[in-house]
Design a protein around this ligand. Structure first.
Ligand code: HNI
Length: 142
C-alpha cells in the first residue's frame, strides 16, 4: 500500500483538525471495538472493560499516540511502526482480522469529530492509512 502525495496532504490536514481530541478518540474507538466485536475482548482479559474505565483510557491514549506518530511520518510508516510491529507479531500475536475491526471503529469516531469534513475522499484517505497500518503491524507474522 502506497499513499500518494495528495492523500498524505489530506491526511495531515484532516489529522490537524482532530488532534485536540487524541486522548478521547483512542479510548472511544477501543471501547467501540470491544463492545461491537466481543471476540476482541480475548486480547484484554486483564482490562476493566466498562466504558470510560482507566484501562481503556490509558490504552486508548497509547494507540492514539501511535497513530499520531505514524501520521507525522507518512513517508516512513513502516520504519516508524517497526517496534510496534514486532510487539504485535511476536508478543501479542493479534489475529490480523482484528485490525480491520479497530479501523471501522476509528472511522466512526473520526466521522463524529469531523462531521462535514468527513467527505468521501477523506474517508478513502483514512481507510488507506488504516490499511497501511494493518499491513505494517501484521506483516511480520508471515
Ligand atoms: Ni495494539 C498494545 C498500538 C491494534 C491488541 N498497541 C499496544 C500499544 C500500542 C498499540 C501503542 C502499547 C505498546 C507498549 O506499551 O509498548 N494497536 C496499536 C495500533 C493499532 C493496534 C496503532 C492499530 C491501528 N492492538 C491492535 C488490535 C488489537 C491490539 C487490533 C487486538 C484486538 N495492543 C493489543 C494488546 C496490547 C497492545 C493486547 C497490550 C495491551 C496491554 O495493556 O497489555
Amino acid at each position: 500500500m502506497v499513499l500518494t502525495a495528495d492523500e498524505r496532504k489530506v491526511l495531515t490536514s484532516t489529522w490537524a483538525k482532530v488532534s485536540g481530541h487524541l486522548d478521547e478518540m483512542g479510548g472511544d474507538a477501543l471501547c467501540r471495538m470491544l463492545t461491537t466485536f466481543p471476540q476482541t475482548k480475548t486480547y484484554f482479559p486483564h482490562y476493566d472493560m466498562s466504558p470510560g474505565s482507566k484501562d481503556l483510557q490509558h490504552h486508548g491514549q497509547k494507540v492514539a499516540k501511535a497513530l499520531d506518530n505514524a501520521l507525522h511520518h507518512l513517508d516512513n510508516v513502516r520504519g516508524t511502526m517497526s517496534d510496534l510491529a514486532d510487539l504485535h507479531a511476536y508478543n501479542l500475536r493479534v489475529d490480523p482480522v482484528n485490525f480491520k475491526l479497530l479501523a471501522k471503529c476509528f472511522h466512526v469516531v473520526l466521522a463524529t469529530y469531523l462531521r462535514a469534513d468527513y467527505t468521501c475522499y477523506v474517508y478513502l484517505c483514512l481507510d488507506k492509512f488504516f490499511y497501511l497500518l494493518a499491513e505494517v503491524l501484521t506483516e511480520k507474522y508471515r
